[in-house]
Design a protein around this ligand. Sequence first.
Ligand code: GDP
Length: 525
Amino acid sequence: MENKKLLEEISKRRIFGIISHPDAGKTTLTEKLLLHGGAIREAGTVKAQKNSKFAKSDWMEIEKQRGISVTSSVMQFEYDGKVVSIMDTPGHNDFGEDTYRVLTSVDSAVMVIDAAKGIEPQTKKLFQVCRLRGIPIFTFINKLDRQAKDPLELMEELEEVLGMPSVAVTWPIGSGMQFEGVYDRLASEVHLFRKDEVVQLGEDGVQGSELEGYLEEANLTNLRDEVDLLEGAGNEFDLELIQQGELTPVFFGTALADFGITPFLNHFLDMSPTPGNRKTTTGEVSPTDSTFSGFIFKIQANMNPAHRDRIAFLRVCSGTFERGMNVTLTRTGKSIKLSQSTQLMANDRETVNEAFAGDVIGIYDSGTYQIGDTLVGGKQKLFFEPLPTFPPELFLKVSPINSMKSKHFHKGVEQLAQEGAIQVYKNEFNDVILGAVGRLQFEVFEYRLKNEYNSEVRMESIDYTLARWVKTDDPKSLKKYQGLRNMLVFDNYERPLFLFANEFTLSRFQENNPELELVEALDVN
Ligand code: GDP
C-alpha cells in the first residue's frame, strides 16, 4: 500500500482500555461512547454482556452465574473520522492476569472514578500497571449527577494517592441536585446540564457576564473561585507530558445521563497518541513499515463450543493486514495463511479484509498460538517485546478425579496454560500446580476442564503464597535447594522457580543462598 494512505489510516487509529473499580461506571461509559460513535444502535446492548443475551457460548455460563464478564473483548467504533478501539478490561474484584495483559496492547487508558468515592483499590492497581508502561492516562470523574466529593479534593487525591500530576480540562458546576454543567477550559465554553445548550465564553472566561442568568448564584460564585484557584495553583496544560504519561487530563460528567461525554471524547481523540513504534528484540518497528507485523496479547477460548475453537487477538503493529495473506509465526518459523479473520464489533463478528497498525483483529486458532506470539509478513525473524508474566499469589495442586481420564486432563491443562488463562507448574513428582493472580482464575479453570475437556478435577490448597523464578543455566543443580519450606517447580516454558510460604521464608532462603538470583517476574518467550 502506498505510504501516504497507510499514514492516513494510522493517524485515524486510537486504542485504549478503561480502568476502574467495580461500579464506577465503566460499562455505562463504554455504552455511551459506542452510542456516540454509532457502533451500536440500542442503549443497553453492552450491558447485555452482564445478562443472558450476550452469552453466546456455553462456558460463558460462569459469567452469567457470577454476573460478571470474565474475558475481555474488543469494541470498535468510528467517531469524527477516527477509528477507535476500546479494549474491555474485566472490572470485577477478582480480576486476573488477563486484565493486566490487555493493557499491554493499548496506546492509552481512560480511568473512570466515582465522584463520591474517589480513588478505589482496583483503580490504583490498574493505574500502576499503566504507569509502569508509560501509557497516557485520561481521567473521567463520573456520577456528578449525584452528591460528589469536592472537585478540588478529588484532584488532590489523584496527586496524593496516585502520585500523578493532573490538569483539569473540564470542571463541574455543582453536583447532585445542584449539578448544572461542565466548563470546558480549553474550548472556553460551558455545557449546561438538562438544558442541552452550550454557552460560549468571552475573553474573561467564567469571570465574564456570559454565564449570568444561566447558573444559580452560588454555583457561579463557586465556579469563579475554583477556576481562579485552578489558574493560579493548578498545573499547566502540557500535551507532551500527557502523551508521555506524566500528566493526566481530568474530565467530569455523568455517564448515565450521557453528559460531559462529548467534550471528553473530542479532547481525548485530539490528545491521545496514535499508534507508535513498538519494541522488538532487534530494534523498533514503526507503524508505517511496509511489512506487516503484530503480536497476540489474548487468546479467548470456545466462542463456539461445538468446535472447541479459540480466537487469538492480535494487535497490528506495522504494515497492512490483508485477508488471506501468508504470515510467519516467528516462534516456530511456521508459515500460516490468515484466511479467516474476524473483528469484534460490539456484539457481532464481522470479517475483516484489511487492517492497519492500531487495529485489533481476531484470528481463528485451533491451538497454534501462544500468548505473546509474533506474526510477520514474509520471513523476517522478529519478536515483539515479551508480555510480562505477573507474579501469582495464589497456588493450588490439581489432579484428575478419574485417573483413566488423565489424557483429557493433561490436554486441557496444556491448552489453558498456552492461552495464558492460568499459570501451570510441575514439581519433581509431576504434580500439577496452578498459580493465579485472582481466585476466579481457578474457578474458570475448573469449569472449563469439566465442560470442554470432560475432566473433573480435585483441587487441593497448598501452603505457598510467593513465587520466584531463578536465573540459571543449570536447572538440575537446583534440586539441592529444595527444602521443607519451599518447593522447586518448572513453568510451562521449563523455567525453574521456587514457591515459598511467605515473605519470611523467602528472605531466609535468600540469606542462606545468596548465590541464587531470584526474580519476581520473567518475560514470556
Ligand atoms: P462498572 O462496574 O464500572 O461497569 O459500572 P456500571 O457502568 O455497571 O455502573 C454501576 C452502577 O452505577 C449502575 O447501576 C449504573 O447505572 C450506575 N451509574 C453509572 N454511571 C452513573 C452516573 O453517571 N450517575 C449515576 N447516578 N449512576 C451511574
